[in-house]
Design a binder for this molecule. Structure first.
Ligand SMILES: NC(=O)c1ccc[n+]([C@@H]2O[C@H](COP(=O)([O-])OP(=O)(O)OC[C@H]3O[C@@H](n4cnc5c(N)ncnc54)[C@H](OP(=O)(O)O)[C@@H]3O)[C@@H](O)[C@H]2O)c1
Length: 332
């Protein structure tokens, strides 16, 4: 097993490039827990990293993949033993250390999560960083007193990975969910996941006023830019907007009014560096009362490592639809 196949990213004198290659287990980043990978997934960040369209890696070369799930092969930490099912998301994967796009991965024990009972390895990767993000957004909103009584939660980028999982999780948690999406032909699908209303983002006409009639109790925004600026004046008193993404741009124009008149809060979601105790809590919820009820429907595509470049291109073109999972162990 010393040599194995990985999707590896380079940036050197020969330029930025990525693709399949054979590497040795000894070449993997250091860590206590060696795993045989079963599944990974594709997140927007993976597409940026795999194509070089965004600066994600902070050292080269590295195996791509910010998510991974598999079985322990060997562990220098007694908390893990051979055969244990584990997962890891973020935590430096495909940023500062080799990620999940390889037949083997070596993980740091402090960031390795025992697979919670209630989830299969495959389900854990349908969730992956996308599901973790949606659940962390809800956890942070609820910590800041979000309740269903404040009004519906808007979910932007609703047809993407984070968006679909947020619709499912939020509706399961008792919220009315309004999905905002650019893909009107998929509104029935989004309703089937739990959205009670679907709003075409191309038809959204924000007034541009600093404050407007309240429409949402809060929001999870994976789009940023003009979308975020347009949402803030519509948020009910003491509602929360959890901002996790920038699919539509990084800069936004706003005023202080939603914050100082309505007490709205803007909560930042940065999953990669989430503290261990919060990680454990989020995974516990994702495996129990917040477990999405339509995971298999949300997993719209399953690919091999070699098929990743095509997925990246479609994702960066705004063409995502649900979650793409990567089957790495072909025997499963
Ligand atoms: N902060 C964190 O820790 C964290 C973690 C995970 C993800 N993210 C971020 O969250 C965002 C979504 O990630 P994802 O994995 O769900 O990606 P995804 O599956 O590609 O979904 C992105 C969705 O955003 C919408 N969109 C794309 N281009 C847009 C544009 N130009 N203007 C407005 N909407 C646009 C599309 O939805 P519709 O067509 O339905 O509108 C698309 O399906 C990304 O920006 C990602 O980097 C951040």
């Amino acid at each position: 097993m010393n040599e194995f196949q990985a999707f590896r990213i380079h940036n050197d004198d020969a330029g930025y490039r990525s693709g399949m290659e054979s590497i040795s287990v000894d070449a993997l980043s250091t860590g206590e827990v060696l795993i045989k990978t079963a599944y990974s997934s594709v997140n927007f960040k993976d597409a940026l990293a795999g194509t070089g369209k965004g600066k994600i890696l902070r050292k080269y070369p590295l195996n791509g993949g910010i998510d991974v799930a598999g079985h322990v092969v060997a562990s220098a930490d007694p908390a893990f033993k051979e055969g244990d099912a584990v997962l890891c998301t973020g935590s430096g994967l495909s940023e500062t250390r080799d990620g999940g796009y390889g037949e083997y991965a070596r993980l740091e024990a402090r960031w390795t999560i025992p697979l919670p009972s209630g989830l299969s390895l495959r389900e854990s990767m349908i969730l992956g960083t996308a599901g973790f993000t949606a659940a962390l957004g809800l956890l942070r909103m609820q910590d800041n007193r979000q309740t269903p009584a404040l009004g519906p939660l808007a979910v932007t980028g609703a047809s993407g990975g984070v968006g679909m999982l947020a619709i499912d999780i939020f509706s399961r948690a008792g919220y009315e969910v309004h999905a905002i999406s650019g893909k009107a032909d998929h509104f029935d699908f989004l309703r089937g996941l739990g959205a009670s209303q679907c709003i075409d983002r191309h038809q959204l006409a924000f007034s541009g006023k600093p404050m407007d009639s309240t429409r949402f109790g809060g929001a999870l925004d994976s789009v940023g830019g003009a979308m975020l600026a347009g949402l803030l004046p519509l948020i009910a008193p003491y509602g929360n907007v959890a901002i996790c993404g920038n699919a539509g741009g990084i800069a936004f124009d706003s005023t202080v009014m939603p914050f100082i008149i309505r007490g709205a809060s803007l909560l930042g979601i940065a999953t990669a560096g989430t503290a261990r105790d919060i990680r454990d809590e989020v995974w516990r919820r994702l495996a129990s009362d917040w477990k999405p009820q339509h995971l298999e429907r949300i997993a719209t595509r399953e690919v091999t490592l070699a098929e990743l470049p095509d997925v990246f291109v479609r994702m960066l073109a705004g063409d995502s639809f649900g979650r793409t999972i990567v089957r790495i162990d072909s025997t499963l």
